[in-house]
Design a protein around this ligand. Structure first.
Ligand SMILES: C[S@@+](CC[C@H](N)C(=O)[O-])C[C@H]1O[C@@H](n2cnc3c(N)ncnc32)[C@H](O)[C@@H]1O
Length: 418
């Protein structure tokens, strides 16, 4: 069964099922194999080196999606998933891979995305900094409540898979998740009939945010939030406040290392610009390294938290613009010599093309530091800067999301001759 060569590595079986080898892992986490007709097959929950029998569930001209029905040979780094909901819940699709294998795969995904999408080969091999905790690391999550059931969306679906526990959460949030599930499915003592939340949740899927800081009481909040207590997270010597609904990096155990890395990547100087500043995780470090910082953030609650966090740290050299990055180009004050350094930390969609052009043409930084949670848009944006004459230096990964294929990346670009 199976001969030499790529295409003949897959065999069509009498049942219509196909036996194939998994050769690599895609950025979305699926194993990648080849059908006998040469098309790529994406097969979730597989490992490199697996020989699996698959059933095709979606056909396209150049690729198919398939599910495995049997494993003939176990590949590299297979291990026992740590969660009873693995496979149905769409959250952590790499629990069948041991942690060392996940890290190597993320290094490969980053390098491959940069090369394939952006034609970029970083100055040195990419290393991914491990999370000190491969489980029990998340201090923030959003769950869906649908028909009185609490859970996460199933893979590539809007259906909510109910969950009773979630081992990537820190312990206090696991308890809150269980309590939320019970409160929505059980009659409360003293209440007549169904709870208010339960009646509400039957109508549609609603989102709840569960968050906890470095110490203190977990916050459980229905979204969109109308006020509510902040969560306090210690980052190095600072305590930062995050209001409900405001973005906060979810892995509580890599924050110091990530902030240190951004600090050393940006260096020191007189004027820095930060785009997508959030509640200020990186702004405090920038403010201590530059004489003046301009911070741009669109979310009003985040901007309010940013002001609070700067004041608490005794910092007064940051100007905040509450605006969308793509609409601020004409109004943002730019120092006569431009901004020496621009630091960006955009959402998964990356930087709009117009913002890349504006950064290059008007801000004119000698160094651009880019933090990204999406290797594909990072590769696209870096290649646009390269076209504008920047050179890509070091790229590092940070494993903020163990048990998932997601990876955070920090890239440094310089303008040669500056
Ligand atoms: C990935 S988060 C980073 C936040 C912050 N750097 C941190 O790590 O905590 C992206 C941030 O960009 C903000 N944002 C999203 N779209 C934006 C836009 N078009 N203009 C300005 N800010 C935006 C979000 O509110 C969020 O705070």
């Amino acid at each position: 069964m199976g001969g030499a060569g790529r295409v003949s590595d897959a065999d069509q079986l009498d049942t219509g099922e196909i036996e194939l080898d998994i050769e690599s892992l895609a950025a979305g986490g699926e194993g990648v194999g080849r059908l006998p007709d040469g098309r790529v097959a994406f097969v979730p929950f597989t490992a490199v080196g697996d020989r699996v029998v698959v059933r095709v569930v979606e056909e396209r001209a150049r690729f198919v999606r398939a599910v495995w029905v049997a494993i003939r040979r176990r590949g590299v780094g297979r291990t026992t998933p740590g969660c009873p909901h693995y496979g149905r819940c769409g959250g952590c699709s790499w629990q069948h891979l041991d942690y060392a294998t996940q890290l190597v795969a993320k290094e490969g995904i980053l390098a491959e995305s940069l090369m394939r999408i952006g034609g970029i080969e970083p100055a040195e091999p990419i290393r991914v900094v491990p999370s000190p905790r491969p489980y029990g690391y998340r201090g923030r999550t959003r769950v869906h409540v649908q028909n009185g059931r609490v859970g996460y969306r199933e893979r590539r679906s809007t259906v909510v898979a109910p969950v009773s526990t979630c081992p990537v959460l820190v312990e206090p949030l696991v308890e809150e998740l269980e309590a939320l599930g019970k409160s929505l499915t059980e009659k409360r003592p003293g209440s007549k009939g169904k709870s208010r939340e339960r009646r509400r949740s039957r109508m549609a899927s609603v989102e709840w945010e569960l968050a906890v800081g470095t110490s203190g009481v977990p916050r459980v909040q229905r979204l969109p939030a109308q006020g509510g207590p902040s969560v306090r997270i210690r980052v190095r010597e600072d305590f930062l406040e995050f209001s409900p609904g405001v973005f906060a990096q979810s892995n509580l155990f890599l924050l110091d290392e990530l902030v240190e890395a951004v600090d050393s990547a940006v260096g020191r100087g007189s004027n820095a610009l930060e785009l997508y500043a959030g509640a200020g995780l990186f702004t405090l470090g920038l403010a201590r390294r530059f004489q003046r910082v301009m911070a741009v953030e669109a979310n009003r609650n985040a901007v309010r938290d940013l002001g609070v966090n700067l004041t608490a740290a005794g910092i007064d050299n940051v100007e905040i613009a509450c605006a969308r990055v793509e609409s601020i180009a004409s109004s943002l004050p730019i120092p006569p010599a431009g901004y020496e350094v621009v630091f960006v930390d955009p959402p998964r969609s990356g930087l709009p093309k117009s913002s890349v052009d504006w950064i290059h043409g008007f801000c004119r930084p000698r160094r651009l530091v880019y933090l990204s949670c999406n290797p594909a848009t990072l590769a696209r944006d870096l290649s646009r800067f390269v076209e504008l004459d920047y050179e890509v230096g070091r790229v590092r990964g940070f494993d903020l999301f163990p048990q998932t294929p997601h990876v955070e990346a920090l890239a440094v670009l310089e303008r040669p001759g500056e």
